[in-house]
Design a protein around this ligand. Structure first.
Ligand SMILES: Cc1cc2nc3c(=O)[nH]c(=O)nc-3n(C[C@H](O)[C@H](O)[C@H](O)COP(=O)(O)OP(=O)(O)OC[C@H]3O[C@@H](n4cnc5c(N)ncnc54)[C@H](O)[C@@H]3O)c2cc1C
Length: 389
């Protein structure tokens, strides 16, 4: 390794990413070498013996996008709010604000929220901030919920719908969700425990960024086409910078630098829980086998934020599981940059609770297998190590 280069990294730029990866969300327009080097880059200690945790969770993907709709059943107003694919954390606040008029329309001031993940917690908070009393009912709460196992990047367009459903009206609603969430996240910067942070990252590539990847390098071979939405948000995304040879320390031919918002999920969801409880919220453990059980709840308005759980609970087969596995390495506080290795379906995000390494398998789409495949993560960590060798 050329340590000098790691300690004096150069300027940066952005890349084409494998379709539907988080990296795609970080690909605004590219400027060439526009800024001075950002400062030293500490090498990642990428070795499998530093894995401290492995997790699998399922993204609740719907080709139509999230379901935000209300119905009258079992003597209740039921507002459905689920199906946020790979964008649940990123869109949560704005999505909750889209659901709010449906909740308000019931006229009830005491509401039940089913689910305590990213969507349930933020929906509950938005309802509280609008004068409602909220009780959350859930099978699991953080850190047991699927949301706790997410990576933690601002990725508002990740597996959020398929191209055929991205009409202009849909795209407008999506952009409004994304902007509204983005705005809220800026108010969560600079807090103790850093629930939200901005980070630089590098997109690395073996081939020039203007050369398309071979199909086999896209991962997720069963995936549908995803719409190119992110351009709608160009005015709120820092531009990426293309690095010239010698301006970065990584052992790859091509690199870009980007800047993106990220979430320290453990401290962020703790903050959400604390705020919810401080505002008079209650959390009740309850497992629903059938939606008719909503009829027995005290509250007359029920907001269904059960994520992937809605598939079994409602028999809603429009929710498709997209498996995601992450490994967490021993925290390295000095590593303050993300990495995306284009064409290798590999993503690394440093968080306060560890360095997240996400590897996408070829058959993750439609795959509901939540068993851990340790070999997949070990291979991902070993691949990362080659960038620093
Ligand atoms: C590997 C991976 C990485 C990801 N990274 C990111 C990222 O970087 N950025 C981003 O924005 N998004 C990311 N996502 C997507 C994000 O995690 C999801 O969109 C989000 O977690 C969905 O939240 P949710 O609240 O709808 O579901 P969940 O977190 O699954 O919460 C559902 C809640 O409902 C409860 N529940 C379900 N069924 C029942 C029932 N029958 N009875 C009672 N309670 C029930 C559960 O117990 C839980 O409390 C990632 C996903 C994966 C898999």
């Amino acid at each position: 390794m050329k340590r000098r280069l790691f300690l004096g990294a150069g300027t940066a730029a952005l890349a084409n990413l494998p379709k539907c990866s988080y990296a795609q969300t970080t690909a605004p327009s590219t400027a060439l070498n526009a800024f001075a080097p950002p400062g030293p880059i500490a090498p990642l200690r990428a070795s499998a013996d530093r894995i401290i945790d492995l997790n699998v969770c399922l993204r609740p993907f719907r080709a139509q996008g999230p379901r935000i709709a209300s119905e009258q059943r079992y003597g209740k107003t039921i507002v459905h709010h689920y199906g946020h694919g790979g964008s649940g954390w990123s869109l949560s606040w704005g999505s909750a604000r889209l659901a709010l008029p449906l909740i308000r329309a019931s006229g009830h001031k005491q509401i039940a929220v089913i689910g305590c993940g990213a969507i349930g917690l933020t929906t509950a908070r938005v309802a509280q901030m609008n004068g409602m009393k909220v009780r959350i009912y859930c099978k699991e709460r953080p850190p047991e919920v699927a949301s706790s196992k997410a990576t933690g990047l601002w990725s508002p367009d990740s597996r959020i719908c398929s191209s055929e459903y991205a009409t202009p009206a849909w795209t407008q609603a999506w952009a409004s969700m994304a902007r509204s969430s983005f705005k809220t996240y800026q108010s969560l910067l600079g807090l103790a425990d850093r629930p939200v942070e901005w980070r630089d990252g590098y997109i690395l590539s073996d081939i020039p960024f203007d050369q398309p990847l071979p199909d086999s390098a896209h991962g997720g071979i069963d995936e549908p086409d995803y719409p190119d939405l992110i351009g709608e948000l160009d005015d709120i995304r820092p531009k990426s910078v293309l690095l010239r040879p010698g301006e970065h320390p990584f052992r790859v031919a091509h690199a870009k630098r980007f800047t993106q918002m990220s979430f320290n999920i453990s401290s962020y969801q703790r903050l959400l829980m604390d705020d919810f409880l401080r505002a008079g919220g209650e959390i009740v453990h309850e497992v629903f086998e059938h939606p008719r059980q909503f009829g027995a709840l005290r509250e007359r308005t029920v907001v269904n934020c059960t994520g992937y759980g809605a598939r079994a609970l409602l028999g809603d087969k429009s929710i498709i599981p997209v498996r995601g596995q992450t490994a967490r390495l021993v925290p390295q506080i000095e590593v303050d940059y993300a990495l995306i290795y284009r064409g290798h379906n590999l993503f690394m995000l440093p968080r306060r609770d560890g360095v997240l390494v996400q590897a996408q398998g070829e058959h993750d789409f439609g795959n509901e297998d939540t068993r851990i495949d340790r070999a997949l993560s070990v291979a991902a960590v070993e691949r990362l190590a080659t960038l620093f060798a």
